[in-house]
Write a protein that binds this ligand. Sequence first.
Ligand SMILES: [Zn+2]
Length: 166
Amino acid sequence: MRQTYASVRAASYYLVAGIPLDRELERLRRLDVFAAGPLAERRPELRVRRTRRRPNRLGFAVPTEHRLSVTAYPEIGPGDVLETLLHELVHLHVGRAPEAHAWHGPTFKRTLALAMREAYGVEIPTPRNTLHGVYAEAIGQRLADLEPTTGLEPVTPSLRMKCSTN
Ligand SMILES: [Zn+2]
């Protein structure tokens, strides 16, 4: 069988802020909240971009192509990258909802909140907006509580970044 690019990528390609994103993706796509969607059926293609400075866009998803991208930058923390990863996975699950604010509308927000709770035990009031950074701190704190000895870096104070979805 012919190997795809994804299958030959080194583990280091997916390692961001101490998190092996390929393994985390496998765990996340099996969450109950995603059970009735495309993620449960098939692993999406994940790309990791690396930049020298914090970019304007931390990640994006292309539901029609079942792929997502997250961007790593020098000061990124585990909460930052996990928030982005799960946010983009929720885009792949929800797609363009038939409602106002199709990408970040009520369906997206509700699904993201359920996914955050299931994946990381994070329960915060459903944010009015879905800019990146809303969940990052809570995830980072939760990780620190769960694994105080892993030496994970504290989450960087997150600016809130707009997500764009193509
Ligand atoms: Zn988004």
